[in-house]
Design a binder for this molecule. Structure first.
Ligand code: IMP
Ligand code: MG
Length: 196
Protein backbone atom coordinates (compact mmCIF):
# COMPACT_ATOMS: atom_id res chain seq x y z
CA UNK A 1 0.00 0.00 0.00
CA UNK A 2 1.42 3.36 -1.01
CA UNK A 3 1.31 6.48 1.13
CA UNK A 4 0.52 9.81 -0.51
CA UNK A 5 0.63 13.40 0.71
CA UNK A 6 -2.59 14.36 -1.00
CA UNK A 7 -5.92 12.77 -1.36
CA UNK A 8 -7.07 10.09 -3.67
CA UNK A 9 -9.43 8.23 -1.40
CA UNK A 10 -12.34 7.24 -3.66
CA UNK A 11 -11.51 4.24 -5.82
CA UNK A 12 -13.21 4.30 -9.19
CA UNK A 13 -11.66 1.26 -10.90
CA UNK A 14 -9.79 -1.53 -9.18
CA UNK A 15 -6.67 -3.21 -10.56
CA UNK A 16 -8.64 -6.35 -11.37
CA UNK A 17 -11.41 -4.51 -13.21
CA UNK A 18 -8.85 -2.57 -15.26
CA UNK A 19 -6.87 -5.69 -16.10
CA UNK A 20 -9.96 -7.53 -17.34
CA UNK A 21 -11.13 -4.62 -19.50
CA UNK A 22 -7.67 -4.02 -21.02
CA UNK A 23 -7.56 -7.68 -22.05
CA UNK A 24 -11.04 -7.36 -23.61
CA UNK A 25 -10.02 -4.24 -25.51
CA UNK A 26 -6.88 -5.90 -26.86
CA UNK A 27 -8.89 -8.96 -27.91
CA UNK A 28 -11.48 -6.79 -29.68
CA UNK A 29 -8.90 -4.68 -31.49
CA UNK A 30 -6.84 -7.70 -32.47
CA UNK A 31 -9.94 -9.38 -33.87
CA UNK A 32 -10.95 -6.27 -35.83
CA UNK A 33 -7.51 -5.99 -37.40
CA UNK A 34 -7.23 -9.68 -38.22
CA UNK A 35 -10.69 -9.56 -39.80
CA UNK A 36 -9.46 -6.94 -42.27
CA UNK A 37 -6.15 -8.69 -42.96
CA UNK A 38 -3.97 -6.34 -40.93
CA UNK A 39 -1.00 -8.10 -39.32
CA UNK A 40 0.96 -5.14 -37.97
CA UNK A 41 0.00 -1.81 -36.46
CA UNK A 42 1.83 1.24 -35.20
CA UNK A 43 0.71 1.72 -31.61
CA UNK A 44 1.02 5.46 -31.11
CA UNK A 45 1.14 6.03 -27.38
CA UNK A 46 0.15 9.48 -26.16
CA UNK A 47 2.53 10.54 -23.42
CA UNK A 48 2.73 10.72 -20.66
CA UNK A 49 -0.56 9.44 -19.29
CA UNK A 50 -1.08 6.43 -21.57
CA UNK A 51 2.23 4.69 -20.91
CA UNK A 52 0.91 2.28 -18.25
CA UNK A 53 -2.23 1.38 -20.18
CA UNK A 54 -0.19 0.97 -23.37
CA UNK A 55 2.32 -1.33 -21.69
CA UNK A 56 -0.46 -3.68 -20.58
CA UNK A 57 -2.48 -3.33 -23.77
CA UNK A 58 0.22 -4.05 -26.37
CA UNK A 59 1.26 -7.21 -24.54
CA UNK A 60 -2.28 -8.53 -24.90
CA UNK A 61 -2.54 -7.75 -28.61
CA UNK A 62 -2.27 -10.82 -30.82
CA UNK A 63 -0.83 -8.93 -33.82
CA UNK A 64 2.51 -7.12 -34.02
CA UNK A 65 2.70 -3.63 -32.60
CA UNK A 66 5.47 -1.24 -33.53
CA UNK A 67 5.40 1.15 -30.59
CA UNK A 68 5.94 4.89 -31.05
CA UNK A 69 5.34 7.87 -28.81
CA UNK A 70 3.84 11.30 -29.16
CA UNK A 71 3.66 13.97 -26.53
CA UNK A 72 0.55 16.10 -26.50
CA UNK A 73 0.26 18.55 -23.67
CA UNK A 74 -2.33 21.06 -22.57
CA UNK A 75 -2.90 20.53 -18.83
CA UNK A 76 0.37 21.74 -17.31
CA UNK A 77 -0.24 21.23 -13.57
CA UNK A 78 -3.91 22.14 -13.62
CA UNK A 79 -7.04 19.99 -13.69
CA UNK A 80 -8.44 21.55 -16.87
CA UNK A 81 -6.81 22.32 -20.25
CA UNK A 82 -4.61 25.45 -20.23
CA UNK A 83 -4.05 25.97 -23.94
CA UNK A 84 -4.50 24.39 -27.35
CA UNK A 85 -2.61 21.08 -27.26
CA UNK A 86 0.87 21.07 -28.77
CA UNK A 87 2.11 17.93 -30.54
CA UNK A 88 5.62 16.54 -30.42
CA UNK A 89 6.30 13.22 -32.16
CA UNK A 90 9.24 11.32 -30.68
CA UNK A 91 10.02 9.54 -33.95
CA UNK A 92 10.21 10.24 -37.67
CA UNK A 93 6.64 10.57 -38.94
CA UNK A 94 7.79 10.14 -42.54
CA UNK A 95 7.66 6.41 -41.71
CA UNK A 96 3.86 6.55 -41.20
CA UNK A 97 2.30 6.78 -44.68
CA UNK A 98 0.68 3.46 -45.60
CA UNK A 99 0.68 2.23 -41.99
CA UNK A 100 -2.21 1.19 -39.78
CA UNK A 101 -2.00 3.53 -36.81
CA UNK A 102 -3.69 2.93 -33.47
CA UNK A 103 -3.66 5.89 -31.10
CA UNK A 104 -3.45 4.76 -27.48
CA UNK A 105 -4.81 7.37 -25.12
CA UNK A 106 -5.38 7.34 -21.38
CA UNK A 107 -8.50 9.49 -21.18
CA UNK A 108 -10.71 11.64 -23.37
CA UNK A 109 -12.00 14.73 -21.63
CA UNK A 110 -12.86 17.69 -23.88
CA UNK A 111 -11.71 15.73 -26.92
CA UNK A 112 -9.31 18.53 -27.93
CA UNK A 113 -6.16 16.45 -27.70
CA UNK A 114 -7.59 13.69 -29.84
CA UNK A 115 -9.05 16.16 -32.30
CA UNK A 116 -5.73 17.96 -32.83
CA UNK A 117 -3.77 14.72 -33.08
CA UNK A 118 -6.17 13.09 -35.52
CA UNK A 119 -6.31 16.21 -37.68
CA UNK A 120 -2.52 16.09 -37.88
CA UNK A 121 -2.39 12.37 -38.69
CA UNK A 122 -5.07 12.66 -41.38
CA UNK A 123 -2.47 14.51 -43.48
CA UNK A 124 -0.12 11.53 -43.49
CA UNK A 125 -1.82 9.12 -45.91
CA UNK A 126 -2.21 6.38 -43.32
CA UNK A 127 -3.68 3.03 -44.31
CA UNK A 128 -6.05 3.37 -41.34
CA UNK A 129 -6.46 5.22 -38.09
CA UNK A 130 -8.12 3.90 -34.96
CA UNK A 131 -8.23 5.15 -31.39
CA UNK A 132 -8.22 3.14 -28.20
CA UNK A 133 -8.81 5.16 -25.04
CA UNK A 134 -8.96 3.57 -21.61
CA UNK A 135 -11.30 6.20 -20.13
CA UNK A 136 -13.91 8.48 -21.59
CA UNK A 137 -15.47 11.19 -19.43
CA UNK A 138 -19.19 11.81 -19.48
CA UNK A 139 -18.97 15.41 -20.67
CA UNK A 140 -20.78 17.36 -23.34
CA UNK A 141 -18.50 17.26 -26.32
CA UNK A 142 -19.15 19.01 -29.56
CA UNK A 143 -17.48 17.59 -32.63
CA UNK A 144 -14.99 14.81 -32.81
CA UNK A 145 -16.59 11.87 -31.00
CA UNK A 146 -20.33 12.37 -30.51
CA UNK A 147 -20.63 14.35 -33.73
CA UNK A 148 -19.38 11.70 -36.07
CA UNK A 149 -21.30 8.47 -35.78
CA UNK A 150 -19.08 6.94 -38.43
CA UNK A 151 -16.01 7.66 -36.37
CA UNK A 152 -17.52 6.28 -33.19
CA UNK A 153 -18.72 3.11 -34.91
CA UNK A 154 -15.59 2.37 -36.87
CA UNK A 155 -12.49 3.78 -35.28
CA UNK A 156 -13.11 4.45 -31.63
CA UNK A 157 -12.73 1.95 -28.81
CA UNK A 158 -12.81 2.79 -25.13
CA UNK A 159 -12.54 1.00 -21.84
CA UNK A 160 -14.79 2.81 -19.40
CA UNK A 161 -17.20 5.72 -19.41
CA UNK A 162 -16.48 7.60 -16.19
CA UNK A 163 -18.09 10.57 -14.39
CA UNK A 164 -16.77 14.07 -15.07
CA UNK A 165 -14.27 14.01 -12.21
CA UNK A 166 -10.50 14.43 -12.23
CA UNK A 167 -8.98 10.98 -11.85
CA UNK A 168 -5.46 9.73 -11.17
CA UNK A 169 -3.55 6.46 -11.11
CA UNK A 170 -2.64 3.77 -13.67
CA UNK A 171 -0.53 6.35 -15.55
CA UNK A 172 -2.77 9.36 -14.99
CA UNK A 173 -1.29 12.17 -12.96
CA UNK A 174 -1.97 15.39 -11.22
CA UNK A 175 1.05 17.68 -11.32
CA UNK A 176 3.26 14.66 -12.04
CA UNK A 177 2.05 12.57 -9.10
CA UNK A 178 -0.02 9.38 -8.74
CA UNK A 179 0.97 7.74 -12.05
CA UNK A 180 2.31 4.83 -10.03
CA UNK A 181 -1.00 3.96 -8.35
CA UNK A 182 -2.12 0.55 -9.60
CA UNK A 183 -5.83 1.50 -9.62
CA UNK A 184 -7.79 4.57 -10.74
CA UNK A 185 -9.03 7.04 -8.15
CA UNK A 186 -10.83 10.34 -7.96
CA UNK A 187 -8.57 13.21 -6.97
CA UNK A 188 -10.02 14.84 -3.89
CA UNK A 189 -9.61 18.22 -2.23
CA UNK A 190 -6.56 18.76 -0.06
CA UNK A 191 -7.06 17.34 3.45
CA UNK A 192 -3.85 16.76 5.43
CA UNK A 193 -1.56 13.82 4.97
CA UNK A 194 -4.10 11.05 4.41
CA UNK A 195 -3.14 7.52 3.56
CA UNK A 196 -4.46 5.81 0.48
P1 IMP B 1 -8.73 16.54 -23.53
O1 IMP B 1 -7.84 17.19 -24.56
O2 IMP B 1 -9.53 17.57 -22.75
O3 IMP B 1 -9.61 15.46 -24.07
O4 IMP B 1 -7.80 15.94 -22.43
C1 IMP B 1 -7.08 14.87 -22.70
C2 IMP B 1 -5.82 14.78 -21.88
O5 IMP B 1 -5.86 15.50 -20.66
C3 IMP B 1 -5.65 13.35 -21.51
O6 IMP B 1 -4.86 12.71 -22.48
C4 IMP B 1 -4.98 13.42 -20.17
O7 IMP B 1 -3.58 13.44 -20.35
C5 IMP B 1 -5.43 14.71 -19.58
N1 IMP B 1 -6.57 14.48 -18.67
C6 IMP B 1 -7.88 14.72 -18.91
N2 IMP B 1 -8.65 14.39 -17.86
C7 IMP B 1 -7.80 13.93 -16.92
C8 IMP B 1 -8.00 13.42 -15.59
O8 IMP B 1 -9.13 13.30 -15.06
N3 IMP B 1 -6.88 13.02 -14.94
C9 IMP B 1 -5.63 13.10 -15.46
N4 IMP B 1 -5.40 13.57 -16.70
C10 IMP B 1 -6.48 14.00 -17.43
MG1 MG C 1 -3.04 12.24 -22.31
Amino acid sequence: MKTFQTKTSQQLLSEGVIEKRVAELAATLSREYVKTGVTEVVALVVLKGAFVFAADFIRQMTISCRVEFVKVSSYEDATSPQHTPSIQYLFDTSTLPGKHVLIIEDIIDSGNTLHVLMADLFNLSLASLKVCALLDKEVFREGILEGYRWFANNCYYMGFRIPDKFVVGYGLDHAGLYRDLPDIRVLEEEKNGDQV
